[in-house]
Design a binder for this molecule. Sequence first.
Ligand SMILES: Nc1ncnc2c1ncn2[C@@H]1O[C@H](COP(=O)(O)OP(=O)(O)O)[C@@H](O)[C@H]1O
Ligand SMILES: [Mg+2]
Length: 446
Amino acid sequence: MDNRKRNLLEQETQRKYMLLLFQTGLKEIWTDQYRLKVLVLYLLTALLFSIIRPWDLAYSGPDIFDAASRIAFSLCFPILVFGGLAVLIMWAGTPSRAKSIQNNLQRIGLVNHAGEVPLLVTVRQDETDDAHSKITVLEFLACGVPKSVWEQKSADIETALNVHIADIQESDGKRRIRLFTVPAKSGLPKMLRWKDEYLQSDFPSCRLVLGESLLGTVSLDLNLIPHVLLGGGTGSGKSVLLKLMLMQCLKQPNINVTIADFKGGVDFGGSWRKHPNCKLILDRDTLIAYLDSVAEKLEQRKDLLGKAECTNIYEYNSHESIPMDRIVFAVDEVAEILDKTGLTKAEKEQVARIENRLSTIARQGRAFGIHLFLSTQRPDANILSGQIRNNIGYRICGRADNVLSMIILDNTDASNRIPHDAQGRFLTGDGTVFQAYWFDDAKEMF
Ligand SMILES: Nc1ncnc2c1ncn2[C@@H]1O[C@H](COP(=O)(O)OP(=O)(O)O)[C@@H](O)[C@H]1O
Ligand SMILES: [Mg+2]
């Protein structure tokens, strides 16, 4: 693109931006006392000048030049007043530090193909009802820079603007971008202890509370999010988060939990084993028998729901006197049950059967209250088949390299947005970073 064309585009954008600032200014003036006072002062001064007419006072005699300048002054005066008024309104509509924020974005290369930087339109405080959040929302004219680019560059934007970004949203179709930010020094804490009071008040409930993002509590409702895929490198906090979810399930009277742990169940000690609604599976044969029984249950529930003319377990349980329980199947490392390397032919067939059953549950479990919580740290696409992965809509990834982040979230955001030493810090598929609650299952279980 040549310079002339670039200048034309720039001028067009500037014109649009000025018009927008003017419109915003008109609104701001009526809502902001300070700006309204400045406007009133300006209008009073203009009125005073038009009454005193200082250019008339300067006219002392029948000098032809004085007469001409007097006429010129009195003609120009209204134009100057209206011009000044327009500038004042645009000033009222211009967010403070707009220029420096735009310059900072330019420095990190957040520009469109014409080299134009997104333009800041409004800055407002967004105080959610959560005590942790005091969010400033910056709204930009995107100028053709798509949301995906803002997301990719979010770490750079955070440094450039000295903030943490809690969320990035589109508005006005795709024309505008909203950044939900908090000051850099008030980011997420490194540790948030679990408290039993976080359990949902509408007990029994299908909502599991995971942790806190800059925008507030992060939770999931099993009615809407039936399955969870959890990824992250060693020590990222997967096991703690998985246990946090399972512990909340077990606090509900109507959820049965089964955990496959081929390492001998060492990760799930006394309190898990003693719980009447929790079962551990330690070997492949038992797992196959269990998954077969779940598949059978799924078919039975299909019939039951069909006869009761309900489309899902939620509807069924709100009508029928004997509610169906929910079934949660969890694995802390899916590779343990799905990796075929080094297995005999017969064992491989068994693994294929497990895989097949998990696919069926992933595809059909939602309506029938059968849930999968799968966790993995192995960046190997072959382990987790597309069939299973694609049917697990809710993905969470802790600190991870590009490959693992890609497998879990279908993008490399976890490796960019989660610090490499973070523990218990996760990114959800919808782009929310949160600190998971930490709890010690040895002490705080039941
Ligand atoms: N939510 C959390 N908040 C703070 N620290 C955590 C959290 N979750 C885990 N950790 C720390 O990270 C360590 C590893 O956690 P773990 O769940 O075993 O990781 P992974 O299963 O991913 O290997 C824990 O021992 C704990 O010290
Ligand atoms: Mg672990």
